[in-house]
Design a binder for this molecule. Structure first.
Ligand code: GLN
Length: 192
């Protein structure tokens, strides 16, 4: 399958490699035409201030219209911020998941950390094998506005992996580990 990764800025190369490692064809997406070749899209981590400026309006429009029709989208870290319906003190960008998110919520002391987390979803039945979640200047989910939003994982009691139908977000970076289970889980959402 052709899987798109928004490729302007941030950890897009790592996501492209994860897709390749799972035996699929990664497509670096910068335009609506490239997006139209794909079965799903990943929005990588990076810097939202920057990403907001470089994503063309035509691509943004196409992402919104596809998402409304059930097209699977996975946002990691900055990608999750872009997908939140509400961003604390900022205007939302692609409001597709009914949560409020706060940027850089862990403060400077805890700018980056790794924590093994338990995931409650299909493909994660082996509870012994926790997932290495890497947080880098990570955001935090502050509110969940709808019962349609399912929390699939917590870290220190905070929701860090969430799904609302075809939209998946994580406040951490699975593409920076060799554990491909979350990418695998996301690709299964294509046939849901
Ligand atoms: N701090 C970044 C932002 O607010 C997100 C960090 C990341 O993607 N690792 O946009």
């Amino acid at each position: 399958m052709k899987i798109g990764v928004l490729s302007f800025q941030g950890s897009f190369v790592e996501h492209l490699n994860s897709i390749k490692a799972l035996g699929h064809t990664p497509i670096a997406v910068k335009t609506a035409e490239q997006l139209n070749q794909c079965k799903a899209l990943i929005l990588p981590g990076g810097e939202t201030t920057n990403l907001r400026k470089v994503i063309p309006f035509s691509l943004k429009k196409e992402i919104m219209s596809k998402a409304k029709k059930g097209f699977p989208i996975y946002g990691t870290c900055a990608g999750a911020i872009l997908l939140a319906e509400k961003i604390e003190d900022e205007i939302s960008f692609l409001p597709l998941i009914e949560v409020e998110i706060q940027r850089n919520a862990y403060g400077s002391q805890l700018d980056s950390f790794e924590e093994k987390i338990e995931i409650n979803a299909e493909g994660f039945s082996n509870k012994e094998k926790k997932f290495p979640a890497v947080f880098i200047r990570a955001p935090q989910i502050k509110k969940i506005f709808s019962k349609k939003v399912k929390v699939l994982a917590y870290c220190n009691k905070k929701p860090v992996l969430l799904r609302q139908k075809n939209i998946l977000i994580s406040t951490f970076h699975p593409e920076l580990t060799n554990d491909l289970r979350i990418h695998e889980f996301f690709l299964k959402m294509i046939s849901d």
